[in-house]
Design a protein around this ligand. Structure first.
Ligand SMILES: [Zn+2]
Length: 351
């Protein structure tokens, strides 16, 4: 997640439950049988919102927080003090990122219950968690060199590589697949799975028409735009096209008056307005990118078209991935063209 808030002069969203933020280890009921839990995280984004749903004789948990002792303590407190003596009967992870899947393995093992996810995210998560620190593949180095990384940055990439698994407790061998359009019966209510693209391979959102609630994960956040990145695992991908298309599709499918339960920041109403803002934000960024590429630029030169804040060491990788995502989208639209120099660095310019 990188800081690229909408620059609109007003905020068309209505925030809800802002005075009822649950402390770690506690929960707030935000719709019938739907409870808001907040888990601590490091960094600027210091929390994740996860959800506990009453489900017949037990609880379904949606997203889990990171694999950290303080998050485990908070869950233990919920299990012991707030779950009415009932077991966890299912864990759902909206997508593969470690703040969502971190304790999925631990909780499913503690309660001997299944993990439900999209297929692409389950396997991608397994693959990424299996990467060890010494496995840095040469094509990944080539990918970042092409983006304009210096040798020093490449070294930092080598050092960081293989750390994804450290924030995730080991996943179970198998899972229950969630597909687009599938109905899940949670405690006698229908929740429809809607898959979004661009931020993760197959990001699951869960929409309950009866409650007029959608669990949005990272796909529809209120204040920040989710990171949409090209990564070495799929170097020619165009995830921004997929993300923009998903926003349009969600806007067509969903009624306007939903309560959105996002993975970060406040609960809100105004899902259509937010989806429009997300599309607009990226469209404006593409235009700024086009202007910036009047002179040839590398991926690492175009941050000013996308980000207001200074790119730090921590945000350099997601910022690079997000820049490439915008460059690929502009390339497919024939706004930009690209040429590689004899060092293998890609230079982008107006077509
Ligand atoms: Zn995410």
């Amino acid at each position: 997640m990188v800081d690229n808030m909408s620059k609109r002069g007003f905020d068309p969203l209505t925030y809800r439950f802002e005075d009822q933020i649950p402390e770690p280890g506690r929960m707030t009921e935000v719709a019938k049988d739907v409870f808001w839990v907040r888990m601590p995280m490091g960094g600027r984004l210091n929390h994740i919102n996860v959800w506990a749903l009453r489900d017949y004789e037990g609880w379904t948990i949606v997203d889990t927080g990171l694999f950290r002792p303080d998050v485990q303590d908070a869950w233990r407190n919920l299990f012991n003090e707030h779950f009415e003596g009932k077991p966890v009967t299912r864990v759902i992870a909206t997508h593969l990122h470690s703040d969502h899947t971190g304790l999925a393995g631990w909780i499913t093992q503690e309660w001997d219950c299944p993990l439900w996810m999209s297929r692409a995210d389950f396997f991608m998560c397994k693959v990424m968690a299996a990467d060890g620190p010494s496995d840095v593949p040469e094509d990944a180095i080539r990918f970042y060199r092409r983006a304009g990384f210096t040798e020093e940055r490449l070294d930092r990439y080598r050092q960081r590589f293989g750390q994804f698994g450290a924030n995730i407790s080991p996943l179970p061998a198998g899972f229950v697949r969630i597909t687009d359009g599938q109905y899940l019966d949670i405690g006698g209510r229908e929740w429809r799975a809607i898959i979004g693209y661009g931020h993760a391979p197959e990001h699951v959102c869960l929409y309950c028409p009866e409650l007029k609630v959608i669990i949005g994960g990272d796909q529809i956040l209120p204040k920040i735009t989710p990171n949409v990145s090209v990564q070495p695992s799929e170097p020619n991908a165009n995830p921004l096209r997929e993300f923009i298309n998903s926003c349009g599709r969600f806007r067509e499918m969903l009624p306007p008056d939903l309560l959105v339960l996002p993975a970060h920041e406040s609960l809100y109403q105004g899902v259509h307005e937010r989806l429009t803002e997300l599309i607009d934000w990226h469209e404006v960024a593409l235009e700024k990118l086009y202007d910036l590429c009047a002179e040839p630029k590398r991926a690492v030169d175009v941050f000013p078209a996308l980000f207001k804040s200074k790119i730090t060491d921590m945000s350099y990788f997601p910022a690079t991935g997000e820049s490439i995502a915008h460059l690929h989208c502009a390339l497919e639209r024939r706004m930009l063209s690209v040429e590689e120099d004899d060092q293998g660095v890609a230079w982008w310019r107006q077509a």
